[in-house]
Design a protein around this ligand. Structure first.
Ligand SMILES: *[C@@H]1O[C@H](CO)[C@@H](O)[C@H](O)[C@H]1NC(C)=O
Ligand SMILES: *[C@@H]1O[C@H](CO)[C@@H](O)[C@H](O)[C@H]1NC(C)=O
Ligand SMILES: *[C@@H]1O[C@H](CO)[C@@H](O)[C@H](O)[C@H]1NC(C)=O
Ligand SMILES: *[C@@H]1O[C@H](CO)[C@@H](O)[C@H](O)[C@H]1NC(C)=O
Ligand SMILES: *[C@@H]1O[C@H](CO)[C@@H](O)[C@H](O)[C@H]1NC(C)=O
Ligand SMILES: *[C@@H]1O[C@H](CO)[C@@H](O)[C@H](O)[C@H]1NC(C)=O
Ligand SMILES: *[C@@H]1O[C@H](CO)[C@@H](O)[C@H](O)[C@H]1NC(C)=O
Ligand SMILES: *[C@@H]1O[C@H](CO)[C@@H](O)[C@H](O)[C@H]1NC(C)=O
Length: 444
């Protein structure tokens, strides 16, 4: 079949979903309607966002997907003749295909939303038992990306065992364990045999049968051990429950993901959920940390705010060239990881004070982040000798990722006062020797 050429066969060891044109090799960049508008979505809001993505220069730095989340269809049911989901004629007067044409005309791509159950999370028609039809419909409309949620799963599709997801299993528990879990999976259980995996693979195969590349984003909230099988199913998979417009939830998700980064590499990414930059109670410092860590963990970066009112300083955060380059690096696929927890002892699972010192390798050099999880100013100390990638030297060329300014050749490391919940970050380039001019650390 011609169609099967769209998906290259699974590779030994990797077992990833490989799509044409390298789609899904790197984390997706885009915008989604949910965090800004929830169910209150229509074509004018979608097109306003798409136009802002162009106008604000977000398209120029790589943001490409404009994703419609839940509530885009006629809630009462499918077309009785064709069984297709019907786009809401009031919200989307030109149909989803009409919106898709307009988005494609801007040089952007369009995403849609459904659920691996009998209803979407807001109770609209969803794709279980209609996977082939819906995938074909989405392809006909010109869809490029599918977010596939986990609501209204019929009982006969339940998993035999319960997965330990600390936040969803009655936690928090020490170190992310779930000691009181009813019916836990036996040690070494292969979650790729689960009914959850089957539900998501049916839609994967339906998408692959289309003559159109549709990036597949699984959203099962980290359940059913998805980090262990997501690479064979989708380009990305949500590794936790939903984010909220507040710091407590953002930092809780950062903590959970910091323990789950082994499953991230080219072609398959833990999705830490869509960005809340610009939303709710998050301060500028919190938005910087949120974006820096989502980029460093190689999560998809899907903006979720009303771009027409996003202030310039936060637009600049979303466009930070060092963080985007790290997230989109085509040579190094692994995320940054913690090298020191800081406030807490190493490997402490703590939802309010997670790992604070992180590093990761990229084409441009080593990215080092230091984050203040406390509720008052604190001094962070980055010592080159503690950063695994920098063990070989004591003097390095350093660039501040927020100001873009070179600090020149820096010996030993950097002490810096960091305000509550903010993150400082440096791109560490070449080693430098005694012959280079030494620029002193910034004043405390
Ligand atoms: C996912 O699969 C791809 C392609 O086979 C592979 O390069 C990558 O390393 C895999 N990810 C992990 C975490 O093993
Ligand atoms: C259902 O599909 C048929 C055949 O394409 C079409 O004529 C009809 O208008 C559709 N009904 C709705 C409510 O969209
Ligand atoms: C899948 O669901 C069926 C029907 O409910 C159940 O019998 C079976 O144990 C489940 N399989 C797994 C692997 O969880
Ligand atoms: C698949 O799509 C391509 C590009 O849109 C088109 O050229 C080709 O004819 C299609 N193939 C089939 C079998 O429909
Ligand atoms: C968490 O696990 C690490 C190593 O696996 C251990 O050193 C640490 O003491 C544990 N912390 C708690 C609070 O149990
Ligand atoms: C998390 O860490 C902070 C800082 O060490 C500590 O005050 C807090 O009690 C910890 N939380 C839990 C639930 O252990
Ligand atoms: C940071 O400050 C402390 C206290 O002044 C000092 O001992 C340490 O050497 C400094 N570290 C670096 C990397 O400059
Ligand atoms: C916290 O640090 C910032 C600079 O990062 C400074 O402007 C502010 O005055 C400090 N606040 C306190 C309470 O020291």
């Amino acid at each position: 079949m011609l169609f099967t050429l769209l998906a290259l066969a699974a590779l030994p060891g990797g077992n990833a979903l490989l799509l044409r044109d390298n789609v899904g090799r790197l984390p997706a960049l885009g915008w989604n309607s949910w965090n800004a508008y929830h169910c209150d979505v229509d074509e004018s809001k979608i097109m306003a966002a798409a136009n802002q993505v162009v106008k604000l220069g977000l398209k120029d730095v790589g943001y490409e997907y404009i994703n419609i989340d839940d509530c885009w269809s006629v809630k009462s049911g499918r077309n009785r003749t064709t069984q297709e989901i019907i786009p809401d004629p009031i919200r989307f007067p030109s149909g989803i295909s009409g919106t898709a044409k307009k988005i494609h005309a801007l040089g952007l791509k369009i995403g849609i939303y459904s659920s691996a159950g009998t209803g979407t999370c807001a109770g609209y028609p969803a794709s279980m038992d209609y996977e082939a039809l819906d995938a074909a419909t989405f392809a006909n409309w010109g869809i490029d990306y599918l977010k596939y949620d986990n609501c209204f799963v019929p009982q006969e599709w339940n998993d035999q065992y319960s997965a330990c997801v600390p936040e969803l299993s009655g936690g928090p528990y020490p170190n992310g364990t779930c000691p009181n879990l009813a019916n836990p999976a036996p040690e070494g259980y292969d979650w790729s045999e689960s009914n959850s995996t089957k539900r998501y693979n049916i839609m994967r195969d339906a998408l692959l049968a289309q003559n159109r590349t549709i990036q597949y984003a699984v959203c099962n909230w980290g359940l059913a051990g998805v980090n262990s099988w997501g690479n064979g199913t989708a380009s990305s998979w949500r590794s936790t429950g939903d984010i909220e417009q507040n710091w407590g939830r953002t930092v809780e998700i950062l903590n959970m993901n910091s323990f789950a980064l082994n499953s991230v590499d080219f072609w398959g990414h833990n999705d830490a959920d869509m960005l809340e930059v610009g939303n709710g109670e998050l301060t500028d410092a919190e938005c910087r940390s949120h974006f820096a860590f989502w980029a460093a963990m190689k999560s998809p970066l899907i903006v979720g705010t009303d771009l027409s009112v996003l202030k310039k300083s936060l637009v600049d955060v979303l466009k930070n060239k060092f963080l985007l380059a790290f997230n989109q690096d085509d040579v190094f696929g692994k995320p940054a990881t913690p090298y020191k927890w800081g406030t807490n002892p190493d490997w402490t699972f703590n939802a309010t004070n997670p790992a604070e010192y992180w590093s990761g390798k990229s084409k441009e050099g080593t990215l080092v982040l230091a984050f203040n999880s406390l509720s008052a100013n604190a001094t962070t100390e980055i010592k080159w000798s503690e950063v695994p990638e920098l063990k070989g030297g004591d003097r390095w060329m350093v660039t501040d990722i927020w100001s873009g300014k070179s600090l020149g050749c820096v010996k030993g490391g950097i002490n810096e006062t960091v305000q509550s919940h903010d993150t400082v970050g440096y791109m560490i380039g070449e080693q430098c020797g005694k012959g280079y001019m030494r620029i002193k650390n910034r004043p405390q």
